[in-house]
Design a protein around this ligand. Structure first.
Ligand code: NDP
Ligand code: 8X3
Length: 252
């Protein structure tokens, strides 16, 4: 029987690449995100290219009622979730705090912190009842360092880093692994979202150096997820070779 992975934010970028990598390596998948059309496209691709089963679950991680009811409504066999990838997240804007837009702050806090909590609150009891499971949180270099214009996004990723550590303690008696991956710059839809659809500004972020690709994170995630039962990788900080810190990028 295949293992089951539940991925949030599978409609783009890192989450989509993780779905493709896990499907190639024998996982069945529950893929989630808000964009139903993208989920269906990915579901078709995964099923046509792999020997795997896929269940699409359109949901907004910010809506706890929706999260609970959609997870509760999963068919019984899909509730045996072995791997949860808490990936859904976003940055919105680069304003200094004194110029900040409350709606941007709330989108980041509600998605990156509260969404991660709602999903984990709903899925971890299913893992606990089976005394097995693995939760991998996609945090960020922004959870280790703070950079200009990063204020609230960095705060949410510092929170995700702290929650990873807290979860690891809480899950310890239940034989559940908790890991995190903290990437530096990865070229995905991330900057388009951050700059609210301004593709020119988004492209400039990755000009002059080779950023990570979503596949690089997916490879790392699969490595973490495929260690023997007695081994847990707590945290991986992964950067492009051209990046030394959140603020130091060797652009040519
Ligand atoms: P993308 O914008 O390409 O993908 C983000 C994904 O999150 C989409 O699938 C989106 O789906 C989903 N998502 C966003 N909001 C919600 C929501 N409210 N409910 C459900 N799903 C949601 O960005 P990345 O792939 O780059 O980002 C993935 C994660 O990696 C994020 O947590 C990000 O903070 C983190 N990260 C990214 C880095 C980068 O440089 N790209 C570096 C470090 C960390 P939909 O719109 O369909 O809901
Ligand atoms: C995304 C990477 O450097 O923009 O988490 O914070 S960065």
């Amino acid at each position: 029987m295949n293992k089951i992975a539940f991925i949030t934010g599978a409609t783009a970028g890192i989450g989509e690449a993780c779905a493709i990598k896990l499907a190639k390596n024998g996982f069945d998948l529950i893929i989630s995100g808000r964009r139903q059309e993208k989920l269906l496209q990915l579901e078709e691709k995964l099923i046509s290219e792999n020997q795997c089963k896929v269940h699409s679950l359109a949901l907004d991680v910010r809506n706890q009622n929706e999260v609970n009811s959609k997870i509760e409504s999963l068919p019984k066999q899909w509730k045996n979730i072995d791997l949860l990838v808490n990936n859904a997240g976003l940055a919105v804007g680069v304003s200094a705090l004194q110029d900040g837009i409350t709606d941007d702050w709330e989108r980041m806090i509600d998605t990156n912190i509260k969404g991660l909590l709602y999903i984990t609150r709903a899925i971890s009891p299913l893992m606990i009842s089976r005394k097995q499971g693995h939760i991998i949180n996609i945090t960020s270099i922004a959870g280790k360092e703070v950079y200009p214009g990063g204020n609230v996004y960095c705060a949410t990723k510092h929170a995700a880093d702290a929650l990873t550590k807290g979860m690891r303690i809480d899950m310890l008696p239940h034989n559940i692994k908790v890991s995190s991956i903290a990437p530096g710059m990865v070229e995905t839809e991330f900057s388009i979202v951050r700059f609210k659809g301004d593709e020119k500004k988004a492209d400039q972020v990755y000009d002059g150096f080779i950023p990570l690709g979503a596949e690089d994170i997916a490879e790392t995630l699969y490595f973490i997820a495929s260690r023997p039962a007695h081994v847990n990788i707590n945290d991986v900080l992964i950067m492009p070779t051209a990046q030394a810190s959140a603020r130091d990028v060797n652009k040519q």
